[in-house]
Design a protein around this ligand. Structure first.
Ligand code: R5P
Length: 314
């Protein structure tokens, strides 16, 4: 494939090889040959085995756990490509780690999402593609183009196929209202908001539920599940308030700490996630993973040929 930026090249770090292969397959394009390994002291060791001079290069690397390893690999890949004279470099980051530290909400803390953005640009990215960032405003931390993709169409296909009658879309915290409203609009459904308060990094408490959930089929939507505390507490509260079926639709299955046990114990009928992050083993029993690879491949193709990306979500 050729465009004004040269032929397309795909290259992947080690964060999610299965997703990288699926994207490459969807594009009918092989991944570039490169060594992405470790020196004996643990430092990241990169060597590109192909000439990419003047090419339109897409680096595929979610910055998922182990986050710092994935992040440093991404930065060094970007630097390698810049020094090898790539025509244009796009960082494709299906999961943007550190996104939750996007503001100084107490004294003496960093704005980590901004540090990540600074380093990605400083290392050579010309543009960024990412998916359901914790806060869309993080795009403003970059002074280069950012294409922000949504998993909503992919997850909604599954929800619609379930044929839930009279559903209500629920956000497990006030910050997710905009996302939930977008799901509700597409489903032609009502909206409910869980008023969650965070006690610590791993503990939350629910104060109220705004909206009518009694006797209703609930679809809880969120950008990510980390320890599973927020979403499983929301599910239990909905059940206690008389909800019928409860379906979870979440973009990023970070699943750390007690997440799998909590999800298995929660009163939910289905858990829909994407493959933006490699699956955790063992995974929750009711999990269904929906692939973002076709959507990311189409995005890459549109960027390559200077076509609209937002049109994919209209
Ligand atoms: C919060 O603002 C996010 O959207 C998620 O709801 C939250 O980070 C999930 O964390 P956990 O699964 O640990 O409750």
């Amino acid at each position: 494939m050729t465009s004004a930026f040269g032929d397309i090249t795909l290259i992947a770090g080690t964060a999610h090889p299965e997703l990288a292969s699926s994207i490459a397959d969807a594009l009918g394009q092989p991944l570039a040959q490169a060594r992405v390994a470790r020196f004996s002291d643990g430092e990241v060791d990169i060597k590109l085995d192909e000439d990419i001079r003047g090419r339109d290069v897409f680096v595929l690397q979610p910055t998922c756990p182990p986050v710092n390893e994935a992040w440093v690999e991404l930065l060094l890949l970007l630097d390698t490509l810049r020094r090898a004279s790539a025509g244009r470099i796009t960082a494709v980051i299906p999961y943007y780690g550190y996104a939750r530290k996007d503001r100084k909400d107490e004294g003496r803390v960093p704005i980590s999402a901004k540090v990540v953005a600074n380093t990605i640009v400083a290392s050579g990215a010309d543009r960024v593609v990412t998916l359901d960032m914790h806060a869309a405003q993080i795009q403003g931390f970059f002074d280069i183009p950012v294409d922000h993709l949504y998993a909503r169409p992919i997850l909604l296909d599954e929800v619609v196929a379930m044929g839930l009658e009279n559903p209500v879309v629920v956000t497990p915290d006030v910050g997710g209202t905009k996302m939930a409203r977008a799901y509700a609009k597409r489903l032609n459904a009502d909206l409910a908001i869980v008023d969650k308060r965070r006690i610590s990094g791993t503990e939350t408490t629910i104060e109220h539920i705004i909206g009518d959930v009694e006797g209703r089929n609930c679809v809880i939507v969120d950008d990510l599940i980390s320890t599973g505390g927020s979403i499983t507490q929301a599910a239990s509260t909905l059940k206690a308030k008389g909800a019928k079926a409860i379906v979870i639709a979440v973009t990023h299955a970070v699943f750390c700490g007690p997440a799998v046990e909590r999800l298995d114990a929660a009163p939910v009928d289905a858990i829909l996630v994407t493959d933006s992050i490699p699956p955790k083993e063992p995974s929750p029993r009711k999990l269904k993973v929906c692939s973002i690879a076709p959507m990311v491949a189409e995005t890459i193709q549109n960027i390559h040929f200077s076509k609209s990306v937002s049109s994919l979500f209209e």
